[in-house]
Design a protein around this ligand. Structure first.
Ligand code: UDP
Length: 455
């Protein structure tokens, strides 16, 4: 029985299973919408944690599985991923069994961070397609983590952080995709390794990216991942992320932007997961204030460890930034980035944010915190040359300097020109005959062809 009260025996369906974090939910729901618009019926298995409001998606069937997270007290993202991958095994298996009894399931599409689902799909002869919600370049860096470890780069982490990784240009040792987010790097390593190894066993791999951007890395991907690969992004150009937002968008951001000069405002947001301490928050605030540029700053409740919102910002800073800044708890990011007043985006280099910025031709300042963000930001600055990476972390002088370079100086114009070229390529790749368009056609054919093999 589904949430619409129907049991249509042998109706064809695709089952999707997102990782329940904002940056993973958005692309999985966008993919679901894309596939639904191509005629597929969608069943969404979702953890109780961050379960969406089904009434926003009357065209999908929802199936909630218990995860035990709330009762567990587990909090940081690495521990949550580890916990869910152990606690959701049986609930997922039971739910999938029920769905396969009620429907004819063509395949299951799961986030790459659900490695346990491969063995379950194999056990019931169901093709598993992996959605990797980040860039190809960062996925390849994840796939090289074992090599980085064997070469001893992990044990070097406190020494020569700026040294290049010869096996993986242009990454530096400090870009190795592990986390400040947890002290237990062995857990991070295990999570990454399981993701990579189980993805290698999948029937196909989908990326929310476009091949023109990541062309030089495609041969490496095809060499290491021998299944069919589909690059059909950017997904949000088909369907926006606004309905899947876990927090309420503050629409005053837009009315405030309406009053600003064209391309004058720096938009600042570090996504849905990253955290910082009070001292770093103050560095960000001083950097912004000292730059003397207008800014729209998202301070998400929970961004600052141990504080509710902005109560730790000294009044002198609040006064100085109130002259030219606006602070909100959560912004309608896609609308913000497409606003005429936006001239730059200071981001944590989450992949959705990076793609959304490229789509609007907005050059970036990058402050990566952990995981794929490290590689994304390195590529934004050193390969695509559409942004400035803050090499010292969050430090007020470097921040002020980067804001001026991006917003005021000629250097920013060069980045703006290059990112506008990429924006144009996106328009071409999504249109009839373009690379993402063709890749989506192939994905539709591929899933349809699974029907005959799974009947
Ligand atoms: N986002 C938003 N409002 C905000 C900040 C972020 O709607 O104020 C959205 C943003 O558009 C993106 C997602 O949240 O789609 C963040 O995903 P990303 O991969 O960039 O980072 P994560 O949150 O996973 O670290």
């Amino acid at each position: 029985m589904d949430n619409q009260g129907t049991t249509s025996i042998l109706q064809n369906r695709i089952v999707l299973f997102p990782l329940p974090f904002q940056g993973h939910i958005n692309p999985m729901f966008q993919l679901a919408n894309i596939l639904h618009s191509r005629g597929f019926n969608i069943s969404m298995i979702h953890t109780k944690y961050n379960f969406p409001n089904p009434s926003k998606y009357p065209h999908f069937n929802f199936h909630i599985i218990s995860d035990g997270l709330l009762e567990s007290g587990v909090s940081n993202p690495v521990n949550i991923i580890k916990f869910l991958n152990s606690n959701c095994v049986e609930p997922f298996r039971e739910c999938l069994d029920r769905l396969m009894f009620d429907y004819h399931v063509d395949c299951v599409i799961t986030d790459a961070n659900w490695p346990f689902t491969q063995a379950i799909a194999d056990s019931v002869n169901l093709p598993r397609i992996v959605l990797r919600t980040s860039s190809i370049c960062s996925f390849l860096a994840f796939a090289a983590v074992s090599l980085f470890r064997d070469k001893g780069y992990f044990s070097n982490l406190d020494s020569n952080m700026d040294a290049p990784i010869e096996e993986f240009p242009p990454l530096k040792i400090k870009d190795i995709p592990q986390g400040e987010i947890t002290s237990n790097s062995e857990d991070v390593f295990q999570i990454i390794d399981a993701m990579v190894q189980q993805t290698k066993k999948a029937s196909a791999l989908i990326f929310n990216t476009f091949s023109e951007l990541e062309e030089p890395d495609l041969p490496k991907l095809y060499n290491q991942f021998l299944m069919q690969t589909f690059t059909i992004g950017p997904f949000h150009k088909f369907f926006s992320a606004s309905t899947t937002s876990l927090l309420t968008h503050d629409m005053n951001s837009i009315s405030w932007l309406d009053k600003q000069e064209p391309k004058s405002v720096l938009y600042v947001s570090f996504g849905s997961v990253a955290t910082m301490d009070t001292q770093k928050l103050q560095e960000v605030a001083f950097g912004l204030a000292n730059s003397k540029q207008p800014f729209l700053w998202v301070i998400r409740p929970g961004l600052v460890n141990g504080s509710e919102w902005i109560e730790t910002l000294p009044n002198e800073i609040l006064e100085s930034i109130s002259e030219r800044g606006y602070i909100v708890k959560w912004a309608p990011q896609q609308e913000v980035l497409s606003h005429f007043a936006i001239g730059g985006f200071w981001t944590h280099s989450g992949w959705n944010s990076t793609l959304e910025s490229i789509c609007e031709g907005v050059p970036m300042i990058c402050s990566s915190f952990f995981g794929d963000q490290m590689t994304n930001s390195r590529y934004v600055s050193d390969v695509w040359k559409i942004g400035i990476k803050l090499e010292k972390g969050l430090e007020r002088d470097e921040i002020e300097n980067a804001i001026r370079r991006l917003m005021v100086e000629k250097e920013g114009d060069g980045m703006r020109e290059r990112i506008l070229c990429l924006k144009e390529k996106i328009d071409v790749c999504l249109n009839t005959g373009g690379s993402s368009y063709q890749s989506l056609e192939k994905l539709v054919d591929f899933i349809t062809s699974l029907r005959s093999s799974t009947v």
